[in-house]
Ligand binder design. Structure first.
Ligand code: NDP
Ligand code: PMR
Length: 396
């Protein structure tokens, strides 16, 4: 794994011809009819997000969305009299913390920081200057389904409405030789990043439905590395869910493999597989619930935030070289602050109501609907993933 980082492009990499030129547009396969629309955006939010480098209000669709993304837009410009409430998982560091800060400082959002380490989250909120009235910390350990259920109960008892849920937390275990497991015995990366979030989102769907906020959203953070229609997604090991036989077998390394596709354990692949699950889940939510509920379901690739805690398990040489590699070679690097502004935009920009979309940003930090890989947009696989996942988390 470390060698992949330090070495040159592995010979097995095949690059889509559309993805060769600009590093920031690596995921962009320019299909479909581009359109660009200018939306009005509340001035104060625009100013806040502009400070973070997000060109708010300009939304450019450069690719055809892979799912027919029905636009049941919430009424534009409808004024809300109350603060929105957003739950962000993994808000104690990196992207989640930066997003919490961006939303909290608009004064329009109360952020529930859903974190496994209460004290760390409190300290993190203070360290970035989030003021008391704009956040609360609630305990959530996504590696325990019991904890996910408790979190949903605690949240409900708080009496707050739910206007947006951001499934952001993740672990990445690229150097692990052997799999480790969640409380219920699922391989840790897929168990945390996918199954924990799947249960959380299913349990909180009713709360989102009941929200009277002018727009309500469920956002699941995806990534370029799960998309094999990109250069980054072709760096081995590549994501591949296969026929889901490992997942169907319980992902426990005993009766079944710890990998979704039933293969040998590979921590980096398990993370990328989990990101494919995140992107498939968002689309399956869209197909099942958008029409009925008006909830906007979305995913995104926020850019390469090479400095976050995600790489904490990687070898020191990787952590040293990865940020300059992304800054100067691929030019895919974004700061935590800029990435946080992007995710905050997906949560709060009144114009981003289109559901079923995987957002990305171009060089000028304008958002556009990106195209997912064949596997990450496979509707049949998404359906199967949904059904297997609901059995594993005890919903079916
Ligand atoms: P960080 O490691 O900084 O943040 C991950 C967060 O997840 C932390 O707050 C961590 O908590 C939390 N977390 C981990 N395990 C659990 C758990 N069991 N229960 C609850 N929370 C947990 O990484 P990033 O900010 O980079 O990652 C955020 C998201 O962005 C992820 O979904 C990742 O896949 C995605 N992403 C990141 C990219 C990047 O370049 N960094 C690129 C594309 C997508 P704690 O603080 O306690 O460890
Ligand atoms: Mg990648 C445009 C090229 C590009 C981009 C945007 C990323 C993003 N990466 C790119 C290219 C390359 N990477 C190339 C050419 C190589 C071979 C040298 C390479 C290697 C590499 C490694 C070893 N890259 C990595 C790793 C990781 O361990 C990271 C990973 O896959 O985590 C799952 C990673 C990443 N590269 C990215 C992004 C965003 C990551 C972090 C992954 C994520 O959060 O999904």
């Amino acid at each position: 794994m470390a060698l992949q980082a330090a070495s040159l492009l592995p010979p097995t990499i095949s690059i889509h011809k559309e993805a060769k030129s600009n590093a920031c547009l690596k995921e962009t396969t320019l299909f479909g009819v581009p359109f660009s629309t200018h939306f009005s955006f509340p001035l104060h939010l625009t100013q806040e997000l502009r400070k973070k480098g997000v060109a708010a209000g300009i939304v450019r669709a450069q690719t055809a969305a892979t799912t027919p993304a029905v636009d049941r837009a919430a009424p534009q410009g409808k004024k809300t009299l109350r603060k929105g409430t957003v739950i962000i998982t993994g808000a104690s560091s990196g992207l989640g913390l930066a997003t919490a800060k961006a939303l909290a400082e608009t004064g329009e959002w109360h952020v529930i920081m859903a974190c496994r380490n209460f004290l760390k989250a409190e300290k993190a909120a203070k360290s970035v200057g989030i003021t008391k009235e704009n956040y609360s910390v609630m305990h959530l350990d996504l590696a325990s389904l019991e904890s996910v259920r408790q979190f949903a109960d605690t949240f409900r008892r708080s009496g707050r409405p739910l206007d947006a849920l951001v499934c952001n937390a993740a672990v990445y275990l690229p150097t692990a030789k052997e799999p480790t497991y969640t409380a219920e015995g699922f391989e840790l990366s897929v168990g945390t990043n996918h199954l924990g979030h799947f249960l959380l989102a299913r349990l909180l769907l009713d709360d989102l439905k009941q929200s009277d906020y002018p727009y309500k959203r469920l956002i699941i953070v995806g990534s370029i590395t799960g998309n094999t229609n990109t250069l980054a997604g072709n760096v081995p090991p590549k994501a591949n869910l296969g026929d889901l036989r490992g997942l169907a077998g319980g992902l426990n390394g005993i009766q079944s493999s710890a990998m979704i596709d039933g293969g040998d354990f590979d921590g980096a692949k398990a993370y990328k597989d989990s990101k494919v699950c995140n992107m498939l889940t968002m689309q399956e939510f869209h197909r099942r619930y958008h029409e009925e509920t008006g909830i906007t379901f979305a995913s995104l690739y926020p850019g390469c935030i090479a400095t976050t805690g995600l790489f904490r398990e990687h070898i020191p040489l990787f952590r040293l070289l990865f940020p300059p590699f992304q800054k100067y070679i691929t030019k895919g690097y974004v700061s935590e602050e800029e990435a946080g502004g992007r995710l905050a935009q997906v949560v709060s920009d009144p114009s981003l109501t289109k559901s079923g979309v995987y957002w990305s940003w171009n060089k000028n930090s304008e958002s556009f609907e990106n195209q997912l890989s064949k596997e990450a947009s496979d509707a049949e696989k998404a359906r199967k993933l949904w059904e297997v996942s609901e059995k594993l988390v005890g919903l079916a």
